[in-house]
Write a protein that binds this ligand. Structure first.
Ligand code: C5P
Length: 225
């Protein structure tokens, strides 16, 4: 049987990646956390493309894009992102990267560069991809599409706890402001804005545990099959 292609989109910190990872394991398909790719590019820009004022020089970044090698490697049962052979799995979760990623992600050059990377992964096999524009742009013909939402209070709590579990500095208010600002930039941008695909199933998981959200998704996958 053909393995399914599944798109999971939604707001920041609705659990998209951790939920997708578990579903991928259950179904024996590949999982791609596309947010990590945007974060990887942002980390690279902060390391290599700053101007004299310490701001990201976008032209410098655009000229460097083709030289950036993004790779996921499996380590201790986790997919770990490498940028030009450097393990950046922790660095891409820092507040500095979170504060800049949406500005980098709205650039056409960056989106075009990552579009091909994402589509080539889905070409030959079943995949579950999570992000902001998967159901609308990256995989518009996906077999299943979901759109996750949750209250800002709940999302702040989840992101704050995630940062603490990674041993990264975390401030609740700063986390909340960052989520609101990223959602705003992601929803309002011109190219591939964050929005629910017309044929996506929306799940508000404010009051659901991670397992309950997974159950809800699996229920729909079975029902449609
Ligand atoms: O999913 P995560 O919160 O790690 O994504 C970080 C940022 O990457 C998002 O806020 C958004 O700006 C960008 N992104 C995107 N399109 C995707 C995935 C992520 O623009 N498909």
């Amino acid at each position: 049987m053909k393995k399914p292609v599944i798109a999971i989109d939604g707001y920041s910190s609705t659990g998209k990646s951790s939920i997708s990872k578990i579903i991928a394991e259950k179904l024996g398909i590949v999982h791609l956390d596309t947010g990590a790719l945007y974060r990887g590019i942002t980390w690279f820009a902060l390391q290599n493309c700053l101007d004299k004022e310490g701001e990201i020089d976008l032209n410098k970044l655009f000229n460097s894009l083709q030289s950036i090698k993004l790779e996921f490697k499996r380590e201790n049962d986790e997919l770990v992102l490498y940028v030009n052979e450097i393990n950046v799995s922790k660095e891409i979760r820092t507040a500095e990267v979170s504060d800049h990623v949406s500005l980098i992600a709205k650039q056409k050059e960056v989106r075009d560069f990552l579009l091909e990377t994402q589509r080539s992964i889905a070409r030959n096999e079943g995949v579950i991809m999570d992000g902001r524009d998967i159901g609308t742009v990256v995989l518009p013909t996906a077999d299943f599409k979901f759109f996750l939402t949750a209250s800002i209070k709940e999302r702040t709590k989840r992101r704050y706890e995630e940062l603490l579990s990674l041993g990264l500095p975390a401030d609740r208010n700063q986390v909340k402001e960052n989520l609101i600002e990223r959602d705003r930039i992601d929803s309002e941008r011109e190219i591939s804005p964050l929005k629910k695909a017309v044929d996506a199933i929306e799940i508000d998981n404010s009051n659901l545990t991670k397992s309950q959200t997974i159950e809800a998704i699996l229920y729909h996958l079975k029902k449609i099959n």
